[in-house]
Every structure is written in C-alpha cells, then in structure tokens.
Ligand binder design. Structure first.
Ligand code: XIL
Length: 365
C-alpha cells in the first residue's frame, strides 16, 4: 500500500513530466540546490561548518551552493570562546561567520548554554556558588558580540532530562543546581536584552523516536516550555536536533503529535542537527545509502507536514562525520554515510530524500 504522500508525490511527478517543456528553467531543474528547493516553500536549508571543514575550498563551495544558513559546529561554545576567564576568543567562530563564500547565508548560533561546554574556570565558579552570574554574563557576552549578525540562537541546549529524577525535570547539572528553572528563564531574558531581534530557541535531542524514555523526555520538554511561556520568557522556537539512527522506532503519529504540541505553544520548530547514523547496518554502501535515505525521508515528511517547522539544518554536509564516528562508532569502524554528500561532495540518496521531502512540503504562508 502506498501512503497519501507517496501517491501525491507520484501523481505530481507524472503531471510535471507531462507538462515539462524541453527547456527547463534553472529553478525547476533536478539540479536545484536544497536551499533553492527550501526557499520555494518558504523553508530554509542549512548546515553546520567546523574549523577543520572550513579549510577545504571544495567544502566551502558545496555549502555555499546547497545551503542558505550556517551554524558553527563547536566554535561558539563557551569552552571555545572563553577558555580563560575574561579573555574572549572569537577568532575561530569569526573565521566561519566571515568566510566570503558564506556572506549571503543566514547565521545561527549554537549554543549559549550547554552543560557539556562549561570551561574549567566556570566550573570552579559554580562550585563557589557563582555559577548563575557567570552563566548570565556568558549569555550576554556572546549574544551581544554577534548582535544583528547571528539572527537565531540556541540559548539553552539539552537542559531537560527527567530520568535524572529532579522534580523540575531538568538534567542534573551544575546549571540546574545553581538556579533551576529560574536560571533557564533568565538565560532567555538575558539573550533577549542582548539582541532584541534575535530568535531564541531551546534545543534538544532524543525526541524523535517512540520509546518509553523518549515519551517521557518529550513530555518533560513540553512541561519545561509551558513553564517558560507561563513566565513570559522570550522564547520563540524549539530545535529538534534530529540525530537519527536507522533501525530506531520512528512512529509518524508520535512525532507529529509532539510537533503539534510545540506549535500549540506558539513556537516555531527547526530541525537543527540532522544526521543519520548507519551504525547498525552492514558495510555495503548502496544498502546503507538506501536505508539512510528512506529513514530520513520518513522523518522529514512528518516534519515538513507541520506548518510551524521553518527549516532543516544538517550536522555537516559531506561525509565523513567526525563526531558520529567518534561518539557513535560503527562496530566495524568504517566511516558512516550519514550526510547528504559523499566525501567527494557528490549528492547521495540522502540528498535526494531531502530534496524530495522539500519538494513535497506545503508552501509556508
Ligand atoms: C558535538 C560536535 O559535533 C563535536 O565535534 C563535539 O566534540 C561535541 O559536540 N548535540 C549538540 C551538538 O547539541 O553541540 C553536539 O556537537 C552533538 C550533539
């Protein structure tokens, strides 16, 4: 049985094929970039860029060709911008933000506050009972530094983790211990004061799949966001990281429901870090590429069906993915094929899946 979307896509493709004139305008041809396809629907396609990748001219060109938004993969994290207290180092982030190839692209900021990126000196501040002040200064400094240039921030990343057992659902970290929900709310307020025009996101992972753990996580995130809204915190969106793994249990209804619940809180939604781990698949390239593409297509079709979804960002544009291969290595240690382009920057089936899904999205108003 074929689903409604596949049927419509198929019917649309037939109609298009019949109607297509021999000279196809560039905008309509099959080569159109992901950014072009996204733009046609009022969506955005972006990707992360790392310092190592920035050194590759072919990668820079591929990003400029395919994307309309960039995000620095690590360079804006606290440990990188202020490894030593009071001595900000924005060089690595600026190199990405200011690369001439990326001039026309939108810039996202990732991330002002993340428990995994607290520099050692700041950990000492937390131990000394001054963590709250240090955190809020960090938020003000980084957002103000890029005021007007970075238009959207992940203000807080991965702060909710009900399995840790705190009554407020927060992850048990120095941040939660220092100020709990009040501190989280103040982080958004500080970001808003530092750049009143920036769109402010809460970003998290483990919300994509159907499992008891992720059910509980989604519910806790909604509770957290409701609490922020109730306090009139300036928060505009939720980032679904979208680190996918082929073989995990994806249930259309479960994910669609979560997105609808977020939208009902008057939040925009962006998929902010998508990659597709092939960790559990055999080595064969064609097999992996096909399954990775199918898995992403299922996920993205549901995502783009929700009108509050504004776009997609992938966590890297071209294989390999150093972070996946380090943190979620395949048992055979082969590089994963998790990203839209291969290592020669050629488009893979995952690229096509993203393109088809964007083509099938309804145009945003
Ligand atoms: C990862 C980077 O990709 C790695 O290079 C780094 O060593 C650790 O952080 N969720 C996030 C991202 O929000 O910041 C993480 O990025 C991946 C998981």
């Amino acid at each position: 049985m074929i689903g409604r979307r596949q049927f419509l896509a198929g019917a649309g493709a037939l109609a298009l094929a019949a109607a297509r004139p021999s000279a196809v305008p560039a905008e309509e041809d099959g080569e159109a970039s992901l950014a072009t396809r996204a733009r046609r629907k009022g969506l955005s396609f972006g990707t992360s860029v790392s310092t190592a990748e920035l050194r590759l001219p072919a990668l820079r060109a591929a990003v400029a060709r395919e994307a309309d938004l960039i995000v620095a993969q690590n360079e804006l994290k606290w440990w990188n911008t202020e490894a030593r207290r009071g001595q900000p180092t924005y060089g690595a982030a600026d190199a990405i933000m200011n690369a001439p190839e990326f001039e026309a692209l939108t810039r996202r900021g990732h991330t002002a506050v993340w428990y995994r990126s607290i520099p050692d000196w700041a950990k000492a501040e937390f131990s000394a009972g001054r963590g709250e002040a240090a955190t809020l200064k960090r938020v003000r400094d980084i957002v103000a530094h890029y005021r007007g240039r970075i238009v959207e921030w992940d203000v807080v990343n991965e702060a909710v983790w009900p399995a840790d057992g705190r009554p407020d659902g927060l992850r048990d970290t120095p941040l939660a211990a220092a100020g709990g929900l009040d501190l989280m709310a103040d982080c958004f307020r500080a970001a808003h004061e530092a750049d009143p025009d920036a769109r402010l996101y809460y970003n998290d992972y483990a919300v994509e799949y159907a499992s008891p753990g992720e059910d509980e996580h989604r519910a806790a995130i909604l509770t957290f966001l409701e609490a922020m809204k109730r306090r009139n915190v300036p928060i505009h969106g939720f980032g679904v990281q979208g680190h996918l793994t082929v073989g995990n249990r994806f249930r259309e209804r479960v994910f669609a429901r979560f997105l609808a619940d977020l939208a009902a809180l008057d939040l925009k939604i962006r998929i902010t870090e998508m990659d597709v781990s092939d960790q559990r698949l055999p080595a064969d390239f064609a097999l992996r590429d096909g399954k990775v593409a199918d898995h992403a297509r299922q996920f993205l079709d549901v995502a783009f069906d929700q009108p509050a979804v504004v776009g997609l960002v992938t966590w890297g544009l071209a294989d390999p993915s150093p972070w996946l291969d380090a943190e979620r290595a395949r048992p055979d240690r082969l590089p994963q094929r998790a990203l839209p382009l291969d290592r020669d920057f050629a488009r893979k089936p995952l690229w096509t899946a993203i393109a088809r899904s964007l083509d099938g999205a309804a145009k945003r108003g």
